[in-house]
Design a protein around this ligand. Structure first.
Ligand code: GDP
Ligand code: MG
Length: 167
């Protein structure tokens, strides 16, 4: 399975991948380029592509779209200021032909931070309810505490299984 992990810079993508891999999460530096990590989960091999999210790197995202099963869109729940920017970037991605078959998991990351945005805030801010072209789900998570990271992968795998039976 091929999973593309995207989101604005500083959302916590690399930390999420590290936490899932049981690596040290105390020293994560901004991702320039991309990292591919392979995770065994429930008998599946998940290849997670963690691609840098800085504005200058976003034009390169398109090089990673091919054969993506699931797009994990990571949102920084503490970053209210860029929520609209986040919405627009996601909207653009969902218009991409080569991502048309992918499911979407929105990870509301940094949910451990007191006063950060709620699931409803992010759902509304990103206008998730208007998405009709992709199967989607939003989950609060934390790369720091590990909250819902396994559950997120479980959803991704189950969704892939469901699709295997459909086609
Ligand atoms: N409190 C908190 N901080 C986080 C969490 N995830 C990431 N961070 C911090 O957010 C910053 C950016 O993380 P990074 O993984 O580099 O983001 P990326 O640019 O999306 O790959 C780092 O300082 C992380 O320690 C989280 O769940 N909770
Ligand atoms: Mg990174």
């Amino acid at each position: 399975m091929r999973i593309l992990m995207l989101g604005l810079d500083n959302a916590g993508k690399t930390t999420i991948v590290k936490r899932i891999m049981n690596e040290d999460v105390s020293s994560v530096s901004p991702t320039l380029g991309f990292i591919i990590k392979t995770i065994e989960y429930d008998g599946y091999q998940l290849n997670i592509w963690d691609v840098g999210g800085q504005k200058t790197l976003r034009t390169y995202w398109k090089n990673y779209f091919e054969k993506t099963d699931t797009l994990i869109w990571v949102v920084d729940a503490t970053d209210r200021e860029r929520l609209d920017d986040c919405r627009l970037e996601l909207k653009g991605l969902l218009l991409e032909e080569r991502l048309s078959g992918a499911s979407l998991l929105v990870f509301k990351n940094k949910s451990d931070v007191p006063g950060s945005m709620t699931e409803d805030n992010v759902r509304t801010g990103l206008q998730l309810d208007s998405i009709k072209t992709h199967k989607w789900k939003i989950m609060p998570c934390s790369a720091m505490t590990g909250l819902n990271l396994q559950e997120g992968l479980q959803w991704v795998v189950q969704d892939a299984k469901d699709r295997l039976f459909l086609y």
